[in-house]
Design a protein around this ligand. Structure first.
Ligand code: GDP
Ligand code: IMO
Ligand code: MG
Length: 427
């Protein structure tokens, strides 16, 4: 019996949990790494050998010899992708050999980005605070059956299909009062078409066949999530979410693997919590403690440079994320950021309308109505960044991990104590 599995690693909070770092750490245990959703709204940071790289569309398993796949569930911007690819190739990564791109992935067009910007502008103060990468409009076209796919670039009438899609977008932009300047659009288009030519030199595959073929050969695959569970289109804090299924089930639809093929589900979270963009965040701190987290954790967006909002760990939201994803292994990141805190708070319940609940409710939109109930734990006040073994953990840190494991009912398998590949401890 062939027991090859696809293990999934995904974010349990609002993104930026440190997925890129841990995928890179786990890569040597897998034959292939595959992205299954999202696009260049992601920014996955890796630090190793004194080098720091931020990946947007390329999977984080690309530095250690494995095959990497951009799956059908991903939306790909040819301009951003080829720029990212060139940087890696210039730095010595043999990307053409290692990367396969799904023909069924959807293409982000210049007009998708314009529609993203126009949509945000039209919403004014109620805007989502997107990354501006055209993610929502591209997935909208996918679902409304108007999208252009990577495989279309091999079709003889690709230029006509592109023009038809663009003209449809221009009519939408006109209705929004956001008709682009003709010279600007022409410039964006010529760059986009040049990037399409560069994209043709990569290996395009029918990725569902490719990945199932790997599994039939007994190979192990790691699926790399982007964004986080609370940004999921179905289960996140809608409408302040992204436009894809970021949860474990997304790996099935985003790669074409059957549910029974899913093995471990690694759920990754920060020892505290952050969010970038608009939307509710019950444990957010607007005080000096939040600022200390931001400074110590360098909480500024990897893609947009925006300040990340910071707050205490939210176990109500994490419990929900563990349930939706069927998390089998927890991974706690950025523990070192809390090294200086005397007391650490963890939200275990919400109080809504005078009633306490451990369950994540339908809506957390009304910040005044959702009051987090905290348990206080003593801080460890120890520099964790040089620790290499769990034997060296201070007792208060062990207690914090044990508390989270009890609350979530899943063991913590890996703890991260710094951004470098080496600052990773398995329990
Ligand atoms: P991703 O989107 O989930 O891959 O995460 P990002 O790369 O957007 O954000 C995580 C940030 O935290 C990056 O700057 C990482 O280099 C950094 N980082 C990852 N793990 C740790 C850690 O354990 N401690 C500290 N201090 N930084 C970390
Ligand atoms: P990684 O993979 C954090 C947020 C945006 C915005 C909302 C919708 O690095 O964890 P979009 O551009 O997707 O339409 O924006 O989702 N967002 C992220 N926040 N990390 C990300 O990716 C994000 N990708 C999107 O800030 O609130
Ligand atoms: Mg990120």
């Amino acid at each position: 019996m062939n027991t090859s599995k696809v293990d999934v690693l995904l974010g349990l909070q609002w993104g930026d949990e440190g997925k890129g770092k841990v995928v890179d750490v786990l890569t040597p245990r897998y034959d292939a790494v595959a992205r299954f959703q999202g696009g260049p709204n992601a920014g996955h940071t890796l630090e190793f050998d004194g080098r720091k790289v931020v990946l947007r569309s390329i999977p984080s398993g690309v530095f250690q010899g494995n095959v990497n796949v951009i799956g059908n569930g991903v939306v790909l911007d040819p301009v951003l992708f080829t720029a990212e690819a060139r940087e890696l190739i210039d730095a010595g990564t043999p990307l053409h050999e290692r990367l396969r791109i799904s023909r069924k992935a959807h293409l982000i067009m210049p007009t998708h980005r314009l529609l993203d910007a126009a949509g945000e502008k039209a919403m004014g103060a109620g805007k989502i605070g997107t990354t501006g990468k055209g993610i929502g409009p591209t997935y909208t076209d996918k679902i409304s059956r108007h999208g252009l796919r990577v495989g279309d670039i091999e079709a003889p009438d690709f230029a006509e299909r592109y023009t038809a899609a663009r003209d449809r977008h221009l009519r939408q932009l006109e209705r929004m009062g956001a008709t682009p300047d003709a010279a600007l659009l022409a410039d964006l288009e010529s760059k986009w078409m040049a990037a399409i030519d560069e994209l043709r030199r990569f290996t395009l595959v029918d990725s569902e066949h490719y990945i199932n073929g790997l599994l039939r050969q007994g190979k192990q695959v790691l699926a790399e999530g982007a964004q986080g569970t609370l940004l999921d289109i179905d289960f996140g804090s809608y409408p302040f979410v992204t436009s894809s299924n970021t949860v474990a089930a997304g790996a099935c639809t985003g790669l074409g693997v059957a549910p029974g093929r899913i093995g471990r589900v690694y759920g990754i979270f920060k020892a505290y919590c952050t969010r970038v963009g608009s939307g509710p965040f019950p444990t957010e701190l607007h005080d000096a403690t939040g600022a200390e987290m931001r400074d110590r954790g360098h909480e500024y967006g990897a893609v947009t440079g925006r300040e990340r909002r910071c707050g205490w760990i939210d176990l109500v939201a994490l419990r929900y994320a563990v349930m939706i994803n069927g998390v089998t292994h927890l991974i706690m990141m950025k523990s070192d950021v809390l090294d200086t805190f005397d007391t650490i708070r963890a939200c275990t319940e919400y109080e809504i309308g005078g009633t306490r609940t451990p369950d994540f409710p339908y809506s957390i939109d009304d910040a005044a109505a959702v009051r987090p109930v905290y348990t206080e734990l003593p801080g460890w006040r120890t520099d964790l960044t040089a620790i290499t073994s769990p034997d060296e953990f201070p007792q208060a840190f062990r207690d914090y991990i044990a508390f989270i494991e009890r609350e979530l009912g899943v063991p913590v398998a890996i703890v991260s104590v710094g951004p470098d590949r080496a600052q990773t401890i398995e329990l």
